[in-house]
Design a protein around this ligand. Structure first.
Ligand code: HEM
Length: 411
């Protein structure tokens, strides 16, 4: 969740004409790169940038784009030089400081209050049966139709239900969580685009905070919010809970639909997975590698520095293209190929790296694995609706706008 909502910064706020002009000469590929192209079909352009300008100045981004995997790791590992803690970070403007917008000791303090349920063993014990039940409920409702749009009918509702469960917002219906989420995301997006945020986002965040506070007041020891409140002040619990909500909804919806799309687009690879279900994990990692649900994470240089061969100035936006790094041919041979048996696919960086490594990566993997297993088992002949083709789209969050699928109706 470039860190999560926009994993979110203000990309359009800083005009530095003299700098941009001189750098258009030094970085001709960057100068010719448009955000529309990166949102639409980024891979050919990212391959060019990676080969010739692995740290490139993009005037349209008003920042640097890093596309080589080793350089991406250098940025994400070094939070002292490349921080998230910057006033331009739009998510923090709406929800206040959280683990996503802090570095150093304050980051650890916020993050550690939430880590316990997201460790591998705890994720399995705490979530597997809930995800199975929720998945089965959704699939049972879909089954008779023989066709559906899977993003809205399945992946979105599953992601919302799991996050609501993770937070321990027990009395809040998923539809309410989703309406808050939509309003807050809209505010963050407005700020990101340089517009004034309307009142709806603030109102939704106020209601979200009230629900968080009511949950904490209940003192149910099984709620994550209650345990976090033992270590953080209430506004901090709420801001981090909002970040978990952002992190858990849009990205996971993308992760599930992108993975299913890849499998259905590659019947030979799907056959391998059907023959040996252990390969499903490889399929999920490969999908994360080829189309990470969060395509970039943003950092800000805290000092003048050099990255690779490139001088970066204090205050510059440094955007790490996880999508670019994940197809680095120095690490992944034949990098555009979807190969469920690829040996080193776990080197993909879809969950970022370093101190902001996705808190819930194990949960997102478990959720996607159960979702795909159940869909493939319970919807025989599952296939893409060829009359409604689709492809992932988006600059920060990349996912299919809709995923229309068909299967054999039960007799
Ligand atoms: C249940 C699902 C998820 C939850 C609750 C969640 C939550 C979070 C949280 C709280 C953070 C901030 C960690 C920190 O700053 O210390 C984070 C970071 C991140 N998450 Fe997730 N996440 C989920 C799923 C995903 C998925 C599916 C993806 C992508 C496929 C993803 C990608 C990321 C990335 C790239 C970051 C790092 C942001 C940055 O470094 O700026 N997350 N996530």
């Amino acid at each position: 969740m470039t860190a999560v909502v926009s994993l979110g910064c203000d990309r359009f706020s800083r005009a530095r004409p003299e700098f941009v002009m001189s750098d258009a000469d030094s970085f001709p590929l960057g100068a010719a790169t448009t955000l529309a192209e990166l949102a639409d079909d980024p891979h050919p352009r990212l391959a060019l940038l990676r080969a010739h300008e692995p740290v490139s100045w993009l005037p349209e981004l008003d920042g640097w784009l890093v596309t080589r995997r080793d350089l991406a790791l250098s940025v994400m590992r070094d939070a002292e030089t490349f921080t998230v803690d910057d006033p331009r970070f739009s998510t923090a403007q709406v929800v206040g400081p959280s683990m996503l917008s802090l570095d150093g000791d304050p980051h650890s303090r916020h993050r550690e209050a939430f880590t316990a349920p997201f460790r591998p063993r705890e994720v399995y014990d705490g979530f597997a049966s809930f995800i199975e039940e929720e998945t089965d409920r959704l699939v049972t409702a879909l089954e008779p139709a023989g066709a559906c749009e899977l993003r809205r009918a399945f992946a979105g509702p599953l992601a919302v239900a799991v996050v609501t469960h993770a937070l321990g917002l027990f009395d809040t219906p998923a539809a309410t969580v989703l309406s808050w989420y939509d309003a807050i995301v809209k505010s963050v997006s407005d700020i990101t685009a340089g517009h004034e945020a309307g009142p709806a986002g603030t109102a939704a965040y106020r209601q979200f905070r009230a629900a968080v506070e009511a949950t904490v007041a209940e003192q149910d020891p099984s709620s994550l919010l209650v345990s976090a409140a033992g270590r953080l002040a209430l506004p901090e619990v709420a801001s981090n809970a909002a970040v978990l909500m952002f992190g858990g909804i849009e990205t996971t919806e993308g992760m599930i639909t992108n993975a299913l799309l890849q499998l259905l687009q590659h019947p030979d690879q799907l056959d391998l997975v059907r023959e040996d279900p252990r390969l499903l994990d490889g399929a999920i990692e490969e999908s994360l590698r080829l189309e990470p649900g969060a395509a970039v994470v943003d950092r800000y240089a805290t000092r003048d520095t050099v990255l690779g061969q490139t001088a970066i100035r204090r205050g510059d936006l440094v955007s790490v293209s996880l999508t670019g790094a994940n197809r680095d041919p120095d690490v992944f041979s034949d990098p555009d190929r979807f190969d469920v048996r690829r040996k080193n696919t776990r080197l993909q960086l879809a969950f970022a790296h370093g101190p902001h490594y996705c808190l819930a990566a194990h949960l997102a993997r478990l959720e996607t694995r159960i979702a795909l297993q159940r869909l493939l088992q319970r919807l025989p002949g599952l296939r893409l609706d060829r009359d409604r083709p689709t492809a992932p789209h988006g600059l920060v969050f990349r996912k299919v706008p809709a995923l229309h699928v068909l299967w054999h109706k039960p007799a």
